[in-house]
Design a protein around this ligand. Sequence first.
Ligand code: MV4
Length: 450
Amino acid sequence: MFKKILIANRGEVALRVMRACKELGVKTVAVYSTEDADTYPVKYADEAVCIGPAPANQSYLIMSNIIAAAKTTGAEAIHPGYGFLAENADFARLCREQDLVFIGPSPECIERMGDKSSARETMKACGVPTVPGSDGCLDTVDEARAFAERVGYPVLIKATAGGGGKGMREVHDPADLESQYQAARTEAGAAFGNDGVYLEKLVMRPRHVEVQILADDFGNNVALCERDCSIQRRHQKLIEEAPSPALTNDLRRAMGVAAIKAVRATNYRNAGTIEFLLDERGHFYFMEMNTRVQVEHPVSEEITGTDIIKEQLRIAAGEPMSCASRAPFTPNGHAIEFRINAEDPAHGFRPCPGTITKFEAPAGPGIRVESYVRSGSRISPYYDSLVAKLIVHGQDREEALARARRALDEFVIEGIATTIPFHKRVLENEAFIVGDVATDFIASQMGDVL
Ligand code: MV4
């Protein structure tokens, strides 16, 4: 195992990684912007290095400063967390060149999966189901039209450099194909500096179901069941649960097997996620692969008894994962995560940075809170608005829901608006209670609280 690592991140995920390190006897180096100097993760770390001013593009995104901090403190490896440099192939490559271990997959894997059209081609070639659509990017509108006619309308035009919903255009009427194709290319070019687009048949009312995987250097490739992340608003996840209420054991096994196939075909190492669209008939299709640990990883930890961060560290240190022999595809109970953001759901989820005058987290059986704040903490306007993650775990979904209601009632956050009232409303919604939700849930069911 490593003796010392650097955490190239901030907030709750920085603290989450440091806590895993402490239990493994690994020393930690925090990096921080001047804005974050007084935050708890900076105090918690064994050492801390300031890497620049508040804006992320002058601190958390400056690769050379982070590498220098690792070198001067003698850290052997860098954990990128999520966001910032976590899926930056150049950073992973720079680490390699500087003899630092990047705690994640190879730069080649990050690159291949970062290009969504090439990820799709890779999956199709290894037998993972993909949505019917184009082979590679579309060079002309005539090519787009040919594929659209082959798969049938409606279709979805996607930016190959996109992901997370940016640069997508639906086409329901063939008459709109040309304008939407041009608009998607222009938008993608402006947003990503890459105007490549591809096309898929539009899957109606899909669920977002993603499989957590781990892979080590010893040929162990495991699927830690799935997460259902259908409750999203404008591509921001708000509630995630594991297992998915929509899966049978047979479907869980089939999706797990497909995810492992994808991992083997790409020679993937470390933790990752294969995202699938699940349609109303129970057919699943590859959507994207995330080559990082995700915000919602704790629900998978709860139902599989795994510590995904520790496994990442073991795998990166060249050790075998410790969970390879766990019974595959068998969830233990049910877990749900609620993202508590500094946003006001009564006003279009507008960000509400500011000082938290009182912070009292719920406790008791089956409750886990991942946060980095306490009473008196300031939520900075410079970074994402995540204040805390509430994770509840029960023997079954019904117990998890009851526990969630109790925990949200116990949760006290004063001084800023948060998404807690929104979550309480969702827990009263009949469709959510019975687990019958798709990606249109918030727009179609929660319209009146937005
Ligand atoms: C789709 C789709 C329907 N059909 N692809 C959204 C983000 C990006 N990862 C891909 N996305 C979608 N791709 C086909 N062929 C619907 C979405 C989608 C979506 C997916 C998951 C969760 C929320 C979503 C919200 C809107 C659209």
